[in-house]
Design a binder for this molecule. Structure first.
Ligand SMILES: Cc1ncc(COP(=O)(O)O)c(C=O)c1O
Length: 425
């Protein structure tokens, strides 16, 4: 049902940073169509590897679907060590959750986890119950100027910065100036650095629709102008670095310093649940532990998440991590060998096959599901209108034959549904 949203405050419509009503009304048909053919809001049970028992009911009686949607790039999410870690933590405390602000009381296992992650990521690590909440905690503090010597920065967002960052623009704008620049536009960022004494740049390390930030160039701007970097590497951790320190962290020196914060999710490559902030200096740590919003109320990560993350740390410190990283690289290579995308050749496991028409993209995703492959059909507002696509996350756990067959079926269905061979022009 289409809702017309009328202004209720005497005609004032701001929308400088957000236009939720517009996004909802424009995207409604794109959500309705895949939902009607069971591509969205579906249920299933994870079994082994990347297989999902599709739907509800006894798992043995359900169709098995190979999933290319979940972001567990190393296939750690159903690793026995991680599952056992979650159970052990709950049993140790006879409790799931510490229902208390973290400024007051913390369960000891959470402290242990932060200590181990600090060693792995070579930073002062704070753990949150999700990556989204880590960002929510950070943005107001960043805007306040407390991280930049008491001077309020101009906060510059990459236009494709993840929505869990971009949604805070109005909050940041309440404190200081906000700018948005074209994706990875280093020249525009340098201009802003030249014109303003204090600049913060907010971006993703690895972008969830594919691609990544030019960390080397960003570090050059940091050295030249003192640029403060806030990099959300939700999709980059675990899959890069000797101990899985990630795409962004592995490109910084051992000491992170006072002008860089790296955020990440523990719910993707890391295979557990939660989010982290990697900080470089003690002053920042004190600020966050006192003033970041998720330190209040009962928002601490629960013990299942903490225990799972402790299990994942064991894997991150073993030879198995490197083996899984290498298997992931092989999976990506295999996919690239069959299907060319804009991301072809990079070592990030996210590939988007551009289709264009939303209706065609949905029809292709449905045809893939009918053949036993669940992929992510993406469209407005994640992508621009008429720029819909199929996102595929390859992982270290996919079988060679599954990736090969997926690619064959993608090419076949694109030709059948659009009447043209891939790549579509
Ligand atoms: C770049 C980025 N940041 C943050 C998040 C949120 O992380 P979490 O799922 O742990 O809340 C995501 C999730 O997709 C993401 O892609």
């Amino acid at each position: 049902m289409q809702q017309q949203i009328a202004p209720t405050d005497g005609g004032h419509l701001s929308g400088q940073f957000r236009n939720t009503a517009h996004a909802i009304s424009e995207s409604r048909p794109y959500f309705d169509a895949p939902q009607m053919v069971d591509l969205m809001a579906v249920h299933g049970q994870s079994t082994t590897g990347r297989t999902i028992a599709w739907g509800n009911g006894p798992p043995e009686s359900r169709p098995q679907v190979i999933d290319f949607v979940r972001c567990s790039y190393l296939g750690l999410d159903n690793h026995p060590v991680i599952v056992a870690g979650a159970i052990d933590a709950i049993e140790a405390h006879r409790s799931l959750h510490c229902s208390c602000a973290r400024t007051r009381l913390n369960f000891d296992l959470l402290g242990e986890l932060e200590q181990i992650l600090s060693e792995i990521f070579c930073a002062r690590v704070l753990v949150f119950s999700s990556g989204m909440l880590a960002n929510l905690g950070a943005m107001p503090i960043l805007a306040s100027g407390q991280l930049t010597g008491g001077r309020k920065p101009v906060v510059v967002f990459d236009q494709f910065a993840h929505i869990s960052l971009a949604c805070h623009k109005p909050v940041v704008a309440d404190e200081t100036r906000v700018e948005t620049i074209v994706h990875n536009d280093i020249d525009a960022l340098e201009c802003l650095c030249r014109e303003n004494p204090v600049v913060v740049y907010v971006c993703d390390g690895v972008y969830s629709m594919g691609g990544y930030s030019p960390i080397k160039e960003l570090r050059q701007l940091q050295e030249r102008y003192g640029l403060f970097l806030y990099i959300d590497d939700a999709h980059g951790i675990s899959i890069f670095g000797r101990q899985g320190e990630g795409f962004a962290r592995s490109q910084f020196p051992e000491a992170l310093g006072d002008r860089t914060i790296i955020a990440a999710s523990l719910a993707k490559g890391f295979g557990a649940s939660g989010g982290v902030l990697m900080l470089g200096v003690a002053d920042h740590e004190v600020l966050f532990r006192r003033y970041s919003l998720p330190y209040t109320f009962s928002v601490a990560p629960n013990l299942a998440a903490v225990g799972a993350a402790l299990g994942s740390c064991k894997i991150h410190r073993s030879a198995e991590l490197g083996q899984r990283q290498r298997r992931l690289a092989q999976s990506i290579h295999l996919f690239d060998h069959r299907i060319a995308t804009a991301e072809q050749g990079n070592s990030v496991p996210i590939r988007t096959i551009t289709i264009g028409s939303e209706a065609n993209a949905i029809a292709i995703a449905k045809a893939l599901l009918d053949r036993g492959f669940y992929t992510l059909v993406t469209f407005f507002p994640t992508l621009g209108q008429e720029r819909a696509g199929i996102r595929v996350c390859v992982t270290a756990e996919h079988e060679v034959r599954d990736i090969e067959r997926l690619c064959d079926v993608i090419l076949q269905k694109i030709a059948e549904i659009t009447g043209k061979p891939y790549p579509l022009r």
